[in-house]
Write a protein that binds this ligand. Structure first.
Ligand SMILES: [Zn+2]
Length: 459
């Protein structure tokens, strides 16, 4: 398979409103990896997870040395670690797998005894020693039934969050054979249902150890195609939730929120920018799937493991199926009034899960292959003109073929035009007052990095 050669100044549109031909330019390496994501493999991962009876966080034995075949999360996490170690063998020494453990004291909420906690992580080290970027993909291993403190009853958690956990395992399996300039971390988290405990731990660790985490893809409930009550069936749409106003700025006193308000950038925070990127890249590689951006951090009454990251200033989004069936989430296993309750694999759609997993792969691989972000991206606003002048500096790390200047109407959800240049600046005959702009660095393979919004040059 040869990569398509295209004129580099071609405009790319994702919406038919512009009535131009949409050009699909796929990186052969990424397309080949996506072809390896398998519905059967995902099903096998989930059947394996379900075999541990319950994966309730407090089901881990005090000594936490449970081996495969035992019931509970202690055994399940060893099983996942074994898989990660197996995949690491095909990485040429670049991947390492660890169980990151700590002890949590009773918190008066959803932890009632000292708990042995553990996240299972596989790190695929980047090949460029100068590139310190980290991209995290995660799901939560733990499961629950109706009573969140019930650690005894079977809680299959096939979809919540066997689906996200299986996606992480499958991504690790497929991507471990490849190398990328930047680092990718695959994580299955503990303690989500007890209060986002595993994500709190890992995001805090990322802060303390000064990890340069540029994106977190949190996968939670993404393998069932139908809804309770409204009874919709649809496996062609995936939701990505992203916060608007960055929650990390809510307590900020340096005036950054005022700037966002003044320039109208409330839809261009790190999480929203990542969601827009994920939509574009995911739809580029995965057929019969629309990524639907939801302009809120999460659903009513529910939380997720992306939130501890956004609260610490990282770009993190939540990927979740389009329609949820509450008969199959957080339910005691039973049949009542003719309805079978419980989170079983038989209620899932593994082809849908395959597509949703592939969206993660496309996004992660494109990010990990891209150059780092352009520096000092600026829009000149010193004069009253009807055009837009942008300038920037080269990225610190990564070989660059050139840059895309992105443009969209202020009311439009996705980027509408891309202008390619090899220079460090561009003048466009469109008013800076009427459009949003951003700049992306593009690798020699054509993989674009995260867009950077220009800072207004007011002097
Ligand atoms: Zn969940």
């Amino acid at each position: 398979m040869k990569k398509l050669l295209l004129p580099v100044f071609v405009l790319f549109t994702t919406f038919s409103a512009f009535a131009q031909t949409a050009i699909v330019n796929r990186d052969t390496q990424i397309a080949d990896l996506i072809a390896q994501v398998s519905a059967d493999s995902l099903r096998a991962h989930i059947n394996g997870l379900v075999s541990f009876g319950t994966r309730h966080t407090l089901s881990v034995p005090a000594d936490a040395k449970a081996s495969v075949g035992t019931k509970g999360l202690g055994a399940a996490r060893q099983w996942i670690l074994g898989k990660f170690n197996q995949y690491a063998k095909q990485s040429g020494g670049r991947m390492t797998a660890t169980l990151d453990t700590w002890t949590l004291q009773p918190d008066g909420r959803r932890v009632d005894k000292p708990a042995n906690m553990g996240n299972v992580m596989a790190t695929l080290k980047g090949t460029d020693p100068a590139d310190d970027r980290i991209f995290i993909v995660q799901g939560h291993m733990d499961s629950r039934v109706t009573n969140v403190m019930n650690r005894e009853s079977d809680a299959p958690g096939a979809n919540d969050d066997g689906s996200g956990t299986a996606a992480v395992i499958e991504l690790c399996r497929v991507m471990s054979k490849s190398s990328f300039p930047a680092t990718v971390i695959f994580v299955t988290l503990t303690g989500e249902e007890q209060g986002l405990l595993g994500a709190e731990h890992l995001s805090e660790r990322a802060v303390k150890e000064k990890w340069n985490v540029e994106a977190v893809l949190n996968n939670d409930i993404m393998g069932s195609n139908n809804s309770s009550d409204t009874r919709i069936i649809d496996n062609t749409r995936l939701r990505v939730f992203s916060e608007g106003l960055p929650s990390v700025l809510l307590k900020d006193t340096t005036g950054r929120i005022g700037q966002i308000q003044r320039f109208g950038n409330e839809n261009d925070g790190k999480a929203r920018t990542l969601a827009r990127y994920l939509k574009e890249i995911g739809e580029r590689y995965v057929e019969n799937l629309d990524v639907v951006m939801v302009y809120r951090n999460d659903r009513y009454l529910r939380g997720g493991d992306h939130t501890p990251y956004v609260q610490r200033g990282f770009a993190a989004v939540r990927l979740t199926e389009m329609n949820e069936n509450y008969e199959h989430q957080h339910q005691d296993l039973r049949t009542q009034d003719g309805i079978e309750y419980g989170d079983y694999p038989k209620f899932m759609d593994f082809e849908y899960l395959r597509k949703n997993t592939a969206v993660n792969l496309a996004t992660l691989a494109n990010l990990a292959k891209s150059p780092t972000v352009p520096q000092q991206v600026t829009v000149d606003v010193r004069n009253l003109t009807n055009s837009t002048v942008l300038y920037w500096q080269a990225p610190k790390v990564g070989k660059v073929k050139g840059y895309y200047v992105l443009m969209r109407e202020t009311y439009w959800p996705v980027w509408q035009k891309k202008f390619f240049t090899t220079k460090l600046g561009m003048t466009l005959p469109y008013s800076k007052d009427n459009y949003y702009f951003a700049v992306q660095a593009v690798s020699e393979d054509g993989n674009e990095g995260l867009p950077v919004l220009p800072v207004p040059n007011l002097r």
